[in-house]
Design a protein around this ligand. Structure first.
Ligand code: ADP
Length: 319
């Protein structure tokens, strides 16, 4: 137990304050403040065009904020003397000279940052590329390029790691590998910040989420917190008399959606209450099943005023 009066200090590794980036009269990022802390995977979730890359580019000093500020370990990126030792990043896995071998690419980076050649061998092993260290990056699959990019990010053994859409375009094995390495880097006590527009993937990978849409942060919290605050579970019910049952359920305050073959998807009432309403109406049920709410449901609820986000979410999840 924390002794009375002792204040626990949280070390904030990435901290943005009122960060804003405007292009002409369009806000790519609009007055966002957030912190990314060590020891957990923090997901930066939002549809394409939400402002994720722009935020990450401002963290790295590649884009200058219109207003506001962002620091890593208390310092702006451009003020760091050895940035690779403070923050490792992967913004674009394809940004590797294709004629260079994996080992040479890393040796060149290591050399220019005063990092030993031994460390290159270590990171090649960590990402599973030791066997292809002497192959040219141009012959690599996207998944292998992602691994090479992560190896480069790890070179300086930095406490903070940041990856922009690392899951994009990977096969299922690659996705599981990325998920596991993110979790193990966080378990080592590092700050791990990754962006994605893929909600189901983020739900499985991130411990903490910062949800962004149209340049603004619309929710922060654990996946469970965001889902339970913004989406309700639904109950699927089938019966011999869907019309009467629907009438009774709506009368009791439910929101229902009619499906095929008389199926009703019901929210706002528990399965126990639905069961007893059906019983009182003498309507036999052939199915009564509860479905937990998903991050997709929560995201749609959070962005319900915007029809273009519905289209984006549907397109990205195949929903
Ligand atoms: P995300 O990474 O979430 O897909 P981005 O940060 O790339 O989103 O983009 C956010 C918004 O800012 C988009 O509408 C995009 O078109 C716009 N944007 C990004 N970079 C520029 C730029 N250099 N000039 C003009 N608009 C830009």
């Amino acid at each position: 137990m924390t002794p009375r009066g002792l204040i626990r200090t949280v070390i904030v590794m990435i901290e943005a304050q009122h960060l804003t980036k405007r292009y002409g009269d369009k806000f790519a990022v609009n007055d966002i403040s957030f912190s990314v802390e060590p020891g957990v995977v923090t997901g930066f979730l939002g549809p394409n065009g939400a402002g994720k890359s722009t935020t990450m580019r401002m963290i790295l000093g590649l884009d200058r904020p219109t207003s506001g500020d962002v620091v890593v370990n208390g310092r702006r990126y451009r003020d760091m003397t050895a940035p690779l030792r403070e923050i490792g990043t992967l913004l674009d896995a394809r940004a590797v000279e294709p004629g260079r071998t994996a080992a040479n690419h890393l040796l060149w980076l290591a050399h220019s940052n005063g990092i030993s050649a031994r460390r290159v061998q270590e990171v090649l092993v960590t990402v599973g590329l030791a066997d292809v260290a002497d192959s040219r990056a141009g012959t690599f699959s996207l998944g292998m390029n992602q691994r090479l990019g992560i190896a480069a990010a790890l070179l300086g053994d930095p406490p903070v790691l940041m990856f922009d859409e690392p899951i994009n375009g990977l096969d299922p094995d690659g996705i599981i590998w990325i998920r596991n390495i993110m979790k193990s880097l966080a378990a080592e006590g590092r700050t791990v910040f990754l962006s994605s527009h893929l909600m189901s993937e983020m739900a499985q990978t991130a411990d903490h989420l910062i949800v962004i849409a149209r340049g603004r942060i619309i929710a922060t919290g654990s996946v469970d917190e965001i889902v339970s605050a913004n989406a309700t579970p639904s109950v699927t019910v089938r019966s011999s008399d869907p019309d009467t049952l629907n009438e009774r359920l709506v009368h009791a305050g439910a929101v229902t959606v009619r499906g095929l073959d008389g199926e009703l998807s019901v929210s706002g009432l528990s399965s126990a209450v639905i069961g007893s309403i059906a019983h009182r109406a003498d309507i036999p049920l052939t199915e009564l099943s509860t479905h937990g709410a998903s991050l997709e449901d929560a995201f749609l609820e959070l962005t319900h005023e915007s029809t273009d986000y519905r289209a984006t979410v549907g397109a990205s999840t195949g929903a």
